[in-house]
Design a protein around this ligand. Structure first.
Ligand code: ADP
Ligand code: MG
Length: 662
């Protein structure tokens, strides 16, 4: 629809008055009181403040005052600071390429002054007094004050009533202001923050002075800002640049640290995801996507993980000048960032929490515990990757010869008959019960994170005792994860195993290296079963995929299939059920389906068949074997669907339950 010619009559072309330009420009930067708070906090931090106090009235609409003890401004700078494009932080285009300050566009104070009644007071080091400038009148007068700056904003949007109408209730605006302070506080542990509303102190975070390095200080600040509960239900993230030799393809110029929430502490909303790039809070699609994919394997459904991530990137490799409020950035190499974030989170989430600390102090268990209240800040859920976890699992492996590692499973030739009778329970043969490998109960209590098995409950749960109290394990869920992780490992390793064999042509060799393959084990007695036409057609169309999955399945007659081999890691599975479920999965795809793309899903559903069934009676040695395997398996704390596989109930909790000691 075009408007009628009369209403579209041409207006004279004119340059806008300066004040109107500022008001329009302010629209981009200042949306609500919280935007002002954010900009003023940025300025205070850029001025090197160690204590920042924010005072608000009516959610910041009537008054925002931000006071700092930074380096201040001399009297002659005060009027300049209010001008558009006036900044002390960059001087050239080159500077823009390596910005290390929060601000650099020189427009915040001008924008704020355009839509409010703004007063600046400031005093520099060594000056007898400071100066105060009224943004409205331009009047400059001396004031008594200590070093630092106070910016006071009264009646935001008074001159632009249209904007004011968009504001929500005072309580809502206040909550946004508080969030702005939280975001800054989370990243700046060496700065103290206090926030007052309507004359009352609402929050304060003290500066950490004791810690010599930033990491423990940040951990402490995270606990202060997000609460002990978050810390107790999260693990430490640490990816250092440069990455160790050997981890090819890994990002080299990026450091990632922070804390990653455990999958079972996930949330219905994504309201607890904080990402910082070089100290700046950002919202970034690359980082979010990387985080999402890191959690994919342990978090199902529509749950959102919580995390705090600090990225340190060479400033020349990130463009911070892409958004007026600088909440978005652009990375020169976003793939590198994606890899680094994903890798850091995956590593943090993968290591089994049960093997957190070799001395197995109580803190090692806190991460998986419901009762985290007593935990200390720094100890809970410390990084479980690194030497401690390796040392711990190596110890279990040498002591437990049956613990299979993926490496062995691929390297060793698979015998043409089942290693044990198909009915034998893979994780613990009878031989595992021999006294040499089973430690005495007290030794087990001392050394094993998941403790010593006591009994089986309703054929579903294993009950075990450790030093801290009672451990309850969902045996099917736990074993399913163990089998799945083993299969994934075998799958990945088969990629790297050279495919060239004697007599193979170069073409064949490269074809076989590009296709991963699960080690397969021929069945002693082939299984024949009546199959539907769809099952037979699927088996024929997906021969290559079935072989890659370690299955030898072919049509015997027009209405039956024969199974001659199954993956060696699933040797106790029911072959017919296994094949039926794989065929059902594959029938959703046409023959061009590439198993490489969906192998995780396929392996996960196959693992279910290889895992011990509920209601299967286990012996104590079998249960202990399962516990030891869990301790040595990555991601063993969550089943393939993201649910926890074990829980700790402390003796203290049991005492409370029975009102003991009251
Ligand atoms: P920017 O931060 O992008 O430089 P601003 O409009 O926010 O632009 O601030 C303009 C200038 O005013 C800053 O460059 C700085 O020199 C000075 N300034 C603002 N706030 C403070 C403060 N709290 N302490 C010291 N100087 C300040
Ligand atoms: Mg600024």
């Amino acid at each position: 629809m075009r408007s009628s010619p009369s209403s579209a009559s041409r207006h004279p072309l004119r340059e806008l008055p300066d004040h109107l330009i500022s008001q329009i420009a302010a629209g981009e930067v200042i949306e609500r009181p919280a935007s002002v708070v954010r900009e003023l906090l940025d300025n205070a931090l850029d001025a090197g403040a160690s204590q920042i106090t924010v005072r608000l009235l009516a959610g910041g609409v009537r008054l925002i005052s931000v006071e700092d003890d930074g380096h201040g401004m001399p009297a002659e700078d005060l009027p300049v600071a209010l001008k558009r494009h006036a900044t002390s932080k960059i001087a050239s285009l080159d500077d823009l390429e390596s910005v290390t300050t929060m601000g650099f566009r020189g427009e915040a104070l001008a924008a704020i002054n355009a839509v409010s009644d703004c007063t600046l007071s400031s005093c520099c080091e060594g000056q007898p007094h400071g100066y105060q400038l009224s943004g409205q009148t331009g009047e400059l007068r001396p004031v008594a004050r200590a070093r630092g700056t106070t910016v006071e904003i009264k009646e935001l949007f008074l001159s632009t009533p249209a904007r004011r109408k968009f504001l929500k209730t005072d309580a809502t605006e206040f909550s946004h202001c508080l969030e702005a302070v939280r975001r800054h506080a989370l990243c700046q542990p060496e700065v103290g923050f206090a926030i007052w509303h309507e004359g009352k102190l609402v929050q304060q975070w003290r500066p950490s002075t004791a810690e010599s390095t930033i990491h423990p200080a940040r951990q402490r600040r995270v606990a202060d800002v997000l609460g002990q509960e978050f810390v107790d239900n999260s693990v430490s993230v640490a990816l250092d640049a440069p990455s160790p030799a050997g981890s090819v393809g890994l990002a080299r110029s990026i450091r990632v640290s922070g804390r990653a929430g455990l999958p079972d502490a996930s949330r219905a909303r994504n309201d607890q995801q904080f990402c910082y790039v070089n100290g700046r809070y950002v919202r970034d699609k690359v980082i979010s996507h990387a985080a999402r994919s890191a959690y994919e394997d342990v978090l199902h459904g529509h749950r959102h993980p919580s995390f705090v991530l600090y990225l340190e990137v060479d400033p020349s490799r990130v463009d911070v000048n892409v958004h007026p409020t600088k909440i978005e950035v652009r990375f020169r190499d976003s793939r590198e960032v994606h890899q680094a974030v994903r890798h850091a989170l995956e590593a943090a989430l993968a290591a089994p929490r049960a093997t957190t600390q070799p001395n197995l102090s109580d803190q090692a268990f806190v991460a998986a515990s419901h009762s985290a209240a007593q935990a200390s800040v720094s100890g809970a859920g410390e990084p479980h990757s690194g030497p401690n976890a390796r040392l711990a699992s190596a110890r279990y492996q040498t002591r437990l010869p049956w613990a299979e590692s993926g490496a062995n499973a691929v390297a060793e030739p698979v015998p043409p008959w089942p290693a044990r009778t198909p009915a034998a329970f893979d994780i613990a043969g009878v031989e595992t019960g021999s006294g040499a490998q089973t430690p005495t109960p007290s030794e087990a209590l001392e050394e094993w994170p998941l403790g010593q098995a006591l009994a089986q409950l309703h054929g579903v749960y294993i009950l075990a005792q450790n030093r801290r109290g009672l451990v309850i394990v969902d045996m099917h869920a736990a074993h399913e994860r163990i089998v799945y992780e083993r299969m994934k490992q075998q799958w990945a390793q088969s990629h790297t195993v050279p495919g060239a064999q004697v007599g193979q042509s170069a073409v064949q060799a490269s074809a076989s290296t590009s296709m991963a393959r699960l080690p397969s084990q021929p069945l002693l007695i082939a299984h024949t079963f009546a199959a539907s036409a769809l099952e037979i057609a699927t088996a024929q169309a997906h021969q290559a995929t079935l072989q890659a999955l370690g299955l030898d399945v072919s049509a015997l007659t027009a209405s039956s299939l024969v199974i001659r081999a199954i993956p060696s890691s699933l040797h106790q599975a029911n072959p017919v059920e296994l094949v039926r479920s794989v065929l059902a999965d594959l029938s959703q795809h046409d023959a061009s389906f590439v198993v490489e793309r969906a192998h995780d899903d396929l392996l996960a559903s196959m693992a279910c068949h290889g895992a011990v069934r509920a209601h299967r009676a286990l012996t104590i040695p079998e249960m202990n074997a399962l516990l030891r395997q869990m301790e040595a398996t990555e991601r063993a704390d969550q089943c393939n669907h993201g649910r926890p596989t074990w829980r700790q109930i402390s003796t203290k909790e049991l005492d409370t339950l029975f009102l003991r000691g009251r």
